[in-house]
Design a protein around this ligand. Structure first.
Ligand code: GLY
Ligand code: MN
Ligand code: MN
Length: 544
């Protein structure tokens, strides 16, 4: 057990040390999105809410790194999208119908933390209630009020929420931190500690299933039960799975309806509503995405020019990050993937610690995050400056596949149209090179999806229906042949992905990341250029 300091001097010393080391979290980044943008997004959200409902959003938690050091704070993308409020311990409520208080009607209410001079001294300026009040919300109040107001959530037909994640810590010094706000809210809406989202979703499905859908639903539940055996212990699910095939579902439906109606909150609709809002970007968002993408492509260009055989994966990552910050991007939008040779075949490789990359292909999947919006750009280049015959043969397949995928990114097309276009080229190319013997074998070497939305999240939410103007998506085919694969060993340890960010328009796809060369000969040409970093030579630090 840790010993308590005994006297007042040592207590003071502890206090000073505590504040010296605690939480280097940075808050309150200035947003380049206008208050009107966020206001308009809230109006759009309100229009999509079901009758007599309220949508409740919580800011993301402050996450602990170790001991008394926290990770840099990252705002929740939905919260950021709707509010532009980037400080922790906040709640937003958006009502489908206006509410009334002593000052009149309001349709939204933001709860934020008050300014605290002590906290500001260590962690930087906070905006407080006064700052938030200038951002165009109907109501802004102190977060302490969230607990005191005794909101009657049972007056709403539906309370729309994102399901809670088990990742919020209580700060014992603050009795209205995010942990306390969520605990209070959960109690008020009857979200008990044993609430089981999987069960809840299955009850919903049983409640709405027709006789024809019942066999499929049974198979689905049995599949889920293979990884969650508690499902089979539930009496209602058991009844449903084992009931007489000739019996009607009515009785089960009545019972599941009762169980679902026991609470008025909903953990699924909000995800769909936010996806439908966020999948098409406004002009303000497109401007920020273009900036994030152009910054990222400059990172790729600089590495192409500066790369030399003695560099390490980590150094390559560092050049990208230097360029990102030089252009004002706060950081990477996701952990950078910089993998040479065998590491390029590891899809989510983020260790980036290989020191000998000579004569290998290096795959670099990086995105700058600018004002919350992230790019997602991958280039794969030869460390030597010239592709070998094998590297080039595979690179050309991926290049042609990506070209076909970008060409297929048309208004009205689907995401599966894009993958069909890319994957057919990869399939054909691998067959021609004799790397695969049968067409379906190509999946061994291209096991991932081809396209996703980008925005405030690198994998931005969307409904993934037909493509519409103002969506921004990636097209990212690849081929990965790890050592030991069933093909000629000359192909082993080659991993290639080419990923570009595409704006969908009525006039056709626009490649926003075109500034980073993607054709093999254009890459070789760029790699012959001089870099300002060629002269950036640091003294050797010896291991002693
Ligand atoms: N960088 C992650 C992805 O490409 O989806
Ligand atoms: Mn991607
Ligand atoms: Mn990527």
């Amino acid at each position: 057990m840790k010993q308590e300091p005994k006297n007042i001097i040592s207590r003071l010393l502890m206090l000073v040390l505590f504040f010296c080391f605690v939480t280097p979290t940075s808050f309150g980044q200035k947003s380049e999105l206008s208050s009107d943008f966020h206001k308009n997004r809230r109006i759009q959200l309100r229009e999509k809410l079901p009758p007599n409902s309220v949508a409740v959003f919580f800011s993301s938690p402050v996450r602990n790194r170790a001991n008394d050091v926290d990770y840099e704070y990252h705002p929740d993308p939905n919260f950021n999208y709707l509010t532009g409020w980037n400080e922790p311990h906040a709640v937003l409520m958006v009502y489908s119908v206006p509410q009334k208080d002593d000052s009149g009607f309001f349709s939204e209410k933001l709860y934020v933390r008050e300014r605290n001079p002590q906290n500001e001294m260590w962690n930087g300026r906070q905006l407080g209630v006064e700052g938030a009040a200038k951002m165009g919300f109907d109501r802004v109040v102190s977060k302490e009020r969230f607990k005191k107001e005794q909101q009657a959530f049972d007056q709403f037909d539906q309370v729309l929420i994102f399901d809670f994640k088990n990742d919020v810590r209580d700060d014992p010094r603050d009795n209205s931190d995010l942990f306390d706000l969520q605990s209070h809210f959960r109690t008020t809406i009857g979200y008990t500690s044993d609430f089981n989202a999987s069960l809840y979703r299955i009850y919903q499905r049983i409640r709405t299933a027709t006789e024809e859908e019942a066999p499929y639903l049974k198979r689905l539940i049995r599949y889920q039960a293979s990884s969650d055996s508690t499902l089979l212990k539930d009496p209602l699910i058991n009844d449903f799975l084992n009931r007489d095939p000739n019996a009607q579902v009515t009785d089960l439906q009545t019972r599941s309806a009762y169980l679902v109606r026991d609470y008025n909150f909903d953990i699924d609709q909000l995800e769909q509503i936010m996806a439908s809002l966020r999948e098409r970007k406004t002009p303000e968002e497109i401007r920020l995405l273009k900036k994030a993408i152009r910054i990222s492509t400059q990172g790729q260009v600089e590495v192409m020019k500066a790369l030399h055989p003695q560099m390490t994966e980590r150094e390559v990552q560092g050049i990208h990050q230097l360029v990102f910050k030089k252009y004002g991007a706060a950081h990477e939008g996701y952990p950078s993937i910089v993998g040479a040779g065998d590491n390029a075949c590891v899809l989510h490789y983020i260790t980036n610690d290989k020191t000998n990359i000579e004569n290998q292909l290096i795959l670099m999947d990086l995105g700058a995050e600018y004002n919350g919006y992230t790019a997602d750009v991958t280039r794969t280049i030869p460390v030597s400056g010239t592709f070998t015959l094998e590297q080039r043969a595979l690179y050309k397949i991926v290049y042609d596949a990506q070209t076909a995928g970008i060409d297929a990114s048309l208004v009205g097309a689907t995401f599966s149209d894009i993958s069909k276009a890319t994957n057919e080229v990869v399939q054909k190319g691998l067959l021609e090179l004799g790397i695969i013997k049968s067409p379906e074998e190509y999946r061994r070497y291209l096991p991932h999806g081809i396209s996703h939305h980008i925005g405030l999240d690198v994998h931005d939410p969307g409904l993934y229906g037909a493509l519409e103007p103002d969506m921004v998506i990636t097209v990212e085919p690849g081929i990965y042949i790890p050592e030991g694969s069933p093909c000629d060993s000359k192909w082993w340890n080659i991993g290639i992905r080419i990923e570009d960010d595409i704006l969908i328009t009525k006039e056709g796809p626009i490649n926003l990341s075109i500034d980073a060369p993607r054709a093999w000969d254009a890459i070789e040409e760029m790699m012959r250029q001089k870099s300002a970093l060629d002269d950036f030579i640091l003294p050797v630090i010896a291991n002693e």
